[in-house]
Write a protein that binds this ligand. Structure first.
Ligand code: DX5
Ligand code: ZN
Length: 215
């Protein structure tokens, strides 16, 4: 099986010490950095945006995996690309023409992802899989860290896996810990986002290792 990508969610980091936390994650074997962007409209919470991505870009070479939980993501793609995002994932539920948004992201030669909320069926996005680099299956309602994993969301992994091209990242996000990570990787997920599980541990390195254990 191919390597499992661990993408720690910076939503659980100490924003007053973001550089310290990012360096620690780098030293602890993180593959990507997951940046959660929330606009208070698509989700009932507000987090960070373009200037923070730009600042993070200056201090790390790790892949910036940016999860846009915003309405009208198409209006902000260029700015996030210029800020240094390597992957831009938008929500299927937030746009009218997913194909146009995928094309726009790919026109900048970065990776494009689509995310689906817990109540969105995976069948809705199958037609886009050939053009996508990543599918993000939300395993909690987007908006907040520290929620519990929703079991029925894991079944969607199988559906996506069945239709996925070889290079597709199948990512899960929300309530991921050592136990739920294994459920997801056994079903075919190959990219794990984890916030609380990593940041609440006192040893990032072993937390990241435990997440990869199922691989
Ligand atoms: C939630 C975010 C997640 C969140 C995950 O809307 O998309 O990335 O930070 O946090 P945990 O791992 O604590 O559930
Ligand atoms: Zn996320």
């Amino acid at each position: 099986m191919s390597k499992i990508i661990v993408s720690p969610s910076l939503l659980s980091a100490d924003f007053a010490n973001l550089e310290r936390d990012i360096k620690l994650l780098e030293m602890s074997g993180a593959d990507w950095l997951h940046v959660d962007v929330m606009d208070g409209l698509f989700v009932p919470n507000i987090s960070v945006g373009i200037p923070v991505v730009q600042s993070i870009r200056k201090i790390t070479k790790l892949c910036l995996d940016v999860h846009l939980m915003i309405q009208n993501p198409q209006n902000y793609i260029e700015q996030f690309v210029k800020a240094g995002a390597d992957i831009l994932t938008f929500h299927y539920e937030a746009v009218k023409q997913p194909r146009d948004v995928i094309d726009l992201i790919k026109s900048y030669n970065i990776k494009a992802g689509i995310s689906i909320k817990p109540d969105t069926l995976p069948e809705k996005i199958l037609e886009f899989l050939p053009d996508l680099d990543l599918v993000l299956i939300m395993t909690v309602e987007p908006g907040f860290g520290g929620q519990s994993f929703i079991n029925y969301c894991a079944d969607k992994i199988k559906v996506i896996k069945k239709h996925a091209h070889e290079g597709l990242f199948i990512q899960v996000d929300g309530g991921i810990n050592d136990v739920t990570a294994k459920i997801c990787t056994d079903l075919g997920a190959n990219s794990l986002v984890a916030g609380n599980y990593i940041f609440k541990s006192n040893d990032f390195r072993s937390a990241i290792k435990l997440l990869r254990q199922g691989s």
